[in-house]
Design a protein around this ligand. Structure first.
Ligand SMILES: [Zn+2]
Ligand SMILES: [Zn+2]
Length: 175
């Protein structure tokens, strides 16, 4: 059985990870395990930007011992950036097989970030899609031109809301 390990990066409410696991299992046909011990984030903080360096966190994740883990997915509340972009929703090692690690942030998936009331269902839906998207990259998938496909690129939550938590028929065989 392929196991996707979910690892909190900084403080993350376990309920988010449990809900994410429930979503990932039937779509990827995997088992999920949830780590209780989280990864420290402070080292990746950039005080000028007030954000966390995504690539540094991903590199640290790649060093995590991941026994029997098929894919390791870090989940964080931290606002992530890479130097050439204002922010990223997540980042992944690009496939194939040796690329086993990805990271997603909930920071900009929350309705509160856009001045709206919290909506747990919307947050869970967006987190699942972003997790599938980044895990798709670890399987060698690139961005897909089909806008409903979970592998289409997203620069805003509006794009995320438009796509489905599904891989299109072109992308699905990579799973
Ligand atoms: Zn992408
Ligand atoms: Zn696709």
């Amino acid at each position: 059985m392929r196991i996707v390990s979910l690892l909190p990066v900084g403080e993350v409410d376990r309920a988010h990870l449990e809900l994410l696991a429930e979503g990932l299992v039937p779509i990827l046909r995997v088992a999920c395990s949830i780590h209780t011990e989280g990864l420290e984030v402070a080292f990746a903080f950039d005080s000028l930007r007030g954000q966390y360096h995504s690539a540094e966190l991903l590199r640290r994740l790649m060093k995590q011992p991941a026994v029997e883990t098929w894919r390791l997915l870090g989940v964080t509340e931290a606002d992530l950036y890479i130097p050439i972009l204002t922010f990223v929703f997540g980042e992944a090692q690009l496939g194939p097989a040796s690329a086993a690690t990805a990271l997603v942030s909930m920071h900009r998936l929350r309705q509160e970030f856009y001045g709206m009331p919290p909506d747990p269902a919307v947050l869970a839906d967006r987190l699942l899609k972003e997790a599938l998207h980044e895990l798709g990259h670890t399987l060698g998938l690139r961005h897909c031109p089909a806008y409903r496909c979970v592998m289409s690129s997203s620069h805003s939550v509006e794009n995320i809301d438009l796509k489905l938590a599904q891989f299109c028929s072109t992308c699905a065989p990579a799973l």
